[in-house]
Design a protein around this ligand. Sequence first.
Ligand code: UT7
Length: 335
Amino acid sequence: MFHSKIVGVGHFVPENVVTNHDLEKLMDTSDEWIQERTGIQERRFYTPPEKGSTAKMAYKASLIALERAKLKPDDIDAIVFATLSPDFYFPGSGVLLQHMLGMGTKPALDVRAQCSGFIYALSVADQFIKTGMYKRILVIGSETQSIALDLTTRGRGMGVLFGDGGGAAILEATEEEGKGILSTHLHSQGEFADVLCIREPGTNEKGHSVYENQHLQFDKISPQMDGQLVFKNAIKRMPEVTMEALQANGLTPADIDMFLPHQANLRISQMVQKFLRLPDDKVYNNIQKYGNTTAATLPILLSDLWEQGRIKEGQLFALAAFGSGFTWASTLIRW
Ligand code: UT7
């Protein structure tokens, strides 16, 4: 039986740093409100002349992950790409990345599980590796949020929360027992789909085709959220799914060396940390500098820690995420 080991991670964010004070100039908000409610100080947005896209950030992150793993694109058998902000409505960004990396006719698929996207993608890749179908898989979380955000007072509820960025991880088959991805646990609850969503362009608004619809309404094309309902569910589901993973592996929170919570709100991360009774040095947050980068959040956290030399052989990492869908998920990784 094969297991999946992470042999390289990388990330890329646009150069343009947008601080809370920059947003104050665009809308009725304040650095104080944003920091107090979310912990965010700044985020990155692609802004001209810097030209980028979700697939291009993934490409740059992939090159770093490949270099750290001492591998070439040719060594990769498949791509699993998580994003809610693809370059095109279709096809997905996976094939664009596949072409950029010059991967011939290797397969690429996109995963749409929003903030939980990276763990869902890891889980899909892990199954391919466990069955022996593929030996090395490039797993991506990448998002260009800035294009959909309304950066006026009308959109401030969402506009201050998100940022652009991309992350990559390379999974490799190993026969070593007890190493790599120990398990993934995935959940969804579609009854809450419209609690956090972008409606258009979509097929659920009956009675018009996109060609007839000259007047797409603001509330359909920009992200909408019932923030408090999402918050309440996030602080319940993230600890729950982390405990599910620990129990399935005969472990307890005390066994965790590093906990990486999806970065939607520093207050959510702190509450989940409190529930799991983890000390500060066992939890890593970087929402302060990147905002919420949705599917890119967890690989960016991993790559940040990799750069800081804080990922050590034998350590147990727990990752948990919650977001639109609702979807939520966890994974345990033994390095
Ligand atoms: O990644 C996907 C998962 N997403 C999440 O997990 C997000 C979960 N939700 C949250 O993190 C929080 O609900 C938010 C940070 C989004 C909002 O914080 P909140 O404490 O729930 O605030 P609120 O929505 O209840 O709004 C409080 C007030 C409102 O004004 P009134 O009605 O009290 O006068 C808002 O209009 O804050 C106002 N407000 C703002 N004020 C300044 C909303 N956005 C802003 C803003 N700046 N950007």
